[in-house]
Design a protein around this ligand. Structure first.
Ligand SMILES: *Cc1c(COP(=O)(O)O)cnc(C)c1O
Length: 421
């Protein structure tokens, strides 16, 4: 089918034969996007989960402007620069205790690829090669071939499935079924002798905003540690305040062996990612023998402008105001979803920190169901940027969103249910 669009651009996660027009945005400001046609749109999903302090935060913008005129790119093998050094040392201060090294990359997918390669490299280099990974059902870790392999198999990757590597999977710890997950993890650790278990802590994002309690996270870490299996936390979405604490792992009081941060690392202003690891993982790659080098790089590794933006983001997190806003938004979200618990048109009304989600009851469920695009269009007409995952509607706004904005968002959700359920 011929696409209706006249632009040569191939957009991500977009069926061009069905979606003819893209909304052109000319300016972002706090929780708002300003469209070319003059409309003001409330960004209720932080532009795909990246914008934390708001669009065009002045402190981040000025850091970018200043760095751009000083040093805008430099090879990162054999060279270093202050923005990267400062970001790395501050990250180690903020991250769970016991992480010692920081590897830079440029997206959520790449920092997860780095984590997988670090784990494989570790076992290879200590002379006990292991090549299996354990994953959690419904997980999402990115769209590259390696990250698709450790993510849920679905319509998203059906065309590539024959090339994806095989993994062992444990069930999602649904309410009341947590022990089954822990038992499955313990069995898989014993039977498979895997290199690592990779998991999104507390909230599985793209899998449908599925939430589980911190004690399960704590137990999963304990099982991996007891079984000598590396524990990789993918905090690409959950990091930077989303779950109510700076990082989700804090709520379980655990230190992963390897952790991935991206999305909110620059406050959502520029692409940057990091993979943090324990000293022994770094040490296993450290040798006079050059074959043990960690052979990974991207052209823009630790780009100085992106690092300056990350440094500015870290400054903002030093200010107690950021944590106060996260706490305030969590409370506002709890109040906003409260009436939906008794609304018979919705199920699974849930919240973790600043993220709220609810499922619209429909006979037409699943990601590809027509309800998803219909809801999206309905919200678009209301000047709300919401992008349901099938019939799961979630609200994940920047922390500067106001109570009045939230009222508008939830009124839109209520009206969408009136119109479409
Ligand atoms: C978004 C996401 C990724 C991938 O990040 P990109 O920057 O889109 O490559 C990986 N893991 C999780 C948990 C994510 O939410």
């Amino acid at each position: 089918m011929m696409p209706k669009t006249t632009s040569p651009i191939w957009h991500p996660f977009t069926q061009h034969a069905l979606q003819d027009e893209m909304t052109k945005v000319v300016r972002g400001d706090g929780a708002y996007l300003h469209a070319a046609d003059g409309r003001r749109i409330i960004d209720a999903i932080s532009s795909w989960w990246v914008v934390t302090h708001g669009h065009c935060h002045p402190h981040i913008v000025s850091a970018i402007q200043e760095q751009a005129g000083k040093l805008n790119q430099i090879i990162f093998a054999g060279y270093t620069h202050d923005p990267a050094e400062e970001v790395a040392s501050q990250l180690l201060e903020l991250a769970p205790r016991g992480l010692d090294h920081v590897f830079f990359s440029d997206s959520g997918s790449t920092c997860v690829e780095v984590a997988l390669k670090m784990a494989l490299g570790y076992w290879h280099n200590i002379g006990k090669p292991r090549t299996r990974f354990i994953v959690m059902q419904h997980s999402y870790h990115g769209d590259t071939v390696g990250t698709m392999s450790v993510g849920a198999r679905s319509v998203f990757n059906a065309a590539y499935e024959p090339l994806l590597f095989d993994v062992a999977s444990v069930p999602f710890p649904a309410l009341g079924h947590e022990q089954a997950t822990l038992d499955a993890l313990e069995a898989a650790c014993r039977k498979e002798k895997p290199a690592a278990f990779i998991v999104e802590p507390l909230v599985l994002g793209a899998g449908g905003m599925l939430m589980y309690p911190s004690w399960v996270l704590e137990e999963m870490k304990r099982i991996c540690e007891a079984s000598d299996v590396l524990f990789i936390a993918d905090e690409v979405m959950t990091g930077w305040g989303r779950t109510g604490t700076l990082f989700a792992c804090e709520q379980a009081d655990i230190t992963p062996d390897i952790v991935c941060y991206s999305k909110g690392l620059t406050g959502g202003s520029l692409p940057l990612a990091v993979t943090l690891c324990r000293a022994d993982i770094f040490d296993s790659h450290c040798s006079k023998d050059r074959t043990r080098t960690f052979f990974h790089s991207s052209s823009y590794t630790a780009n100085p402008i992106a690092c300056a933006a990350a440094k500015a983001n870290l400054d903002l997190w030093q200010d107690p105001e950021s944590r106060r806003r996260v706490a305030a938004l969590a409370t506002m979200q709890e109040e906003a979803i409260a009436p939906f618990h008794t609304d018979p048109r919705f199920a699974n009304v849930r919240r973790t920190g600043t993220i709220a989600a609810l499922d619209l009851k429909t006979s037409d469920a699943g990601y590809l169901a027509d309800i998803g695009p219909k809801l999206q269009q309905f919200f678009k007409d209301r000047n709300l940027l919401l992008r349901p995952l099938g019939n799961t509607i979630y609200v994940m706004p920047p922390y500067c969103v106001t109570a009045a904005d939230l009222d508008e968002i939830y009124a839109g959700i209520r009206d969408a249910a009136d119109a479409l359920s």
